[in-house]
Design a protein around this ligand. Structure first.
Ligand code: ADP
Ligand code: MG
Length: 445
């Protein structure tokens, strides 16, 4: 899969090559007008402002464009040229320069991330409503909109959907969408090239600024500072800001207080964990787009039931099933789903808690549960405690300090020591390995 970063980079290189091959005049008059519009599933779409331009460019450079893209990335299936009239609305030269400068900062949008393809359920209806509301009016009624939630739950999809909708409602509004990581990258580059004025001006001429995954700038002080100033400048001019984050502003560590509080001024909307109905709804909508492959209803229900972690994984599971069925030439069935997705289903099953682990381990070694957190150091309790710490590290997503806290407020280095101790014991002592095997199986059910 082509990431937006790579797509933009390839496009830069393709442009540079075209410039060399076609010469400055042709490049300036024709080829420089091409814009990277979007990329998705190996489809690259390049836009140009009119049929006149398309008819000139396509026969002369259409194939070359495709070859150049392919030479950078073999996964690209097609490169097509489309007409985007909004490009011709620009009042010539000056505006083109301005606009392309800002579009250079903006990342391309995925064509499949639209509101039409965004399935709404109880876990995301509030955030979806806020997103629609912002897209459908030019007035700024709340600022910023902060969308937060775990990975793979649709934050980026919604951001792109807002950008598409705003652009189609009013092509004149300048929408800048980029990740916080790219924001930082651009900022650092501006510093290096001593062009921070240019950087500021470009961002501040946006009508709508969208920054994805803002948690990335946590702890990066000068980037935060710059973002804060850009933020304030835009808010003062009544420009819309939309931000996404993997946690709520209140939980963002390493973010300055003044920025955190600014983030809370508008609407803070959470995308919650999915429900069964939403997962099924999403699968049904994705299946409608899949050609040449029938997926029985019970398989969809099975997936919605079993793959609960996030939507990206759910989609991945569906794709794997389809690919497998096409590869072996057999229809998708409940059996094949079991086979192909075994590892995913296992990973999704694992919702073991540290408390459960402590309980099972204490039972297994016939010690008291309270000894998991006690200060006793006798081997008969210390070893099982280490085993429980080891299992907690392996089977839960808890961090070492969190695990330490649950074991009577121990330090994370104690947990680290326990983990490496057990790791070496597994190799030395087969009874330890057997105990662990048994405990794991026990915990899995
Ligand atoms: P995030 O940015 O929160 O990590 P993404 O927006 O990248 O998540 O979503 C992951 C995948 O799940 C994308 O392919 C997206 O299209 C899909 N997805 C997420 N939420 C929905 C939804 N409500 N309806 C349809 N597809 C969704
Ligand atoms: Mg994302």
């Amino acid at each position: 899969m082509l990431s937006e970063e790579t797509a933009t980079e390839i496009w830069e290189q393709v442009r540079a090559q075209l410039k060399v091959e076609a010469g400055n005049t042709v490049f300036e008059n024709w080829l420089s007008l091409l814009n990277l519009n979007s990329y998705a599933n190996g489809e690259v779409i390049i836009s140009v402002q009119s049929r006149f331009h398309k008819d000139w460019i396509e026969p002369r450079y259409g194939n070359r464009l495709k070859t150049l893209w392919l030479s950078h990335n073999k996964k690209i299936k097609n490169v097509s040229l489309v007409i985007d009239e909004s490009l011709s609305n620009r009042v010539y030269k000056k505006n083109i320069a301005e606009e392309s400068a800002i579009l250079g900062f903006s990342s391309p949008l995925d064509v499949s991330y639209t509101f039409e393809k965004f399935v709404v359920g109880p876990s995301n209806n509030f955030v979806a409503a806020a997103a629609q509301r912002i897209s459908d009016t030019d007035e700024v009624s709340f600022n910023p909109l902060v969308i937060y939630g775990g990975v793979g739950l649709g934050k980026t999809h919604l951001m792109h959907a807002i950008a598409w909708r705003i652009k189609s409602n009013n092509p004149k509004r300048k929408v800048v969408y980029l990740s916080a990581e790219k924001f930082m990258y651009q900022f650092v580059r501006a510093l290096r090239e001593q062009d921070t004025m240019g950087f500021k001006e470009q961002f501040r001429s946006a009508d709508v600024l969208m920054i994805d995954d803002v948690q990335f700038i946590a702890g990066k002080n000068s980037t935060q500072e710059e973002f804060f100033h850009t933020f304030n400048a835009l808010v003062d001019q009544s420009k819309q800001i939309i931000v996404s984050s993997d946690r709520s502003p209140a939980d963002l560590e390493g973010i300055e207080e003044r920025l955190r509080s600014r983030l809370g001024w508008g609407i803070v909307a959470e995308i919650h964990q999915t429900t069964y109905e939403l997962r099924l709804g999403i699968l049904q909508s994705k299946v409608a787009d899949i050609k040449n492959c029938e997926i029985p209803k019970n398989v969809l229900e099975f997936l919605a039931h079993k793959i609960t972690s996030n939507i990206r994984e759910l989609e991945g599971a569906l794709k794997r099933l389809v690919a497998h069925s096409q590869l072996v030439g057999r229809p998708v069935s409940l059996d094949s789903a079991y086979d192909v997705l075994h590892d995913l289903i296992r990973a999704n099953n694992r919702k073991v808690t540290i408390e459960e682990i402590q309980r099972k381990v204490a039972e297994h070694f016939s010690i008291r549960l309270s000894d998991m957190s006690s200060a006793r150091r006798a081997r008969a309790v210390a070893r099982p405690r280490q085993i429980a710490m080891y299992l907690s590290k392996q089977l839960t997503s808890r961090s070492l300090p969190e695990i330490g806290r649950t074991f009577g407020g121990r330090d994370h280095t104690t947990v680290m020591h326990a983990v490496s101790r057990i790791e070496s014991l597994i190799l030395e002592d087969s009874s330890v390995a057997d105990d662990l095997e048994l405990l794991k199986r026990n915990l899995d059910n």
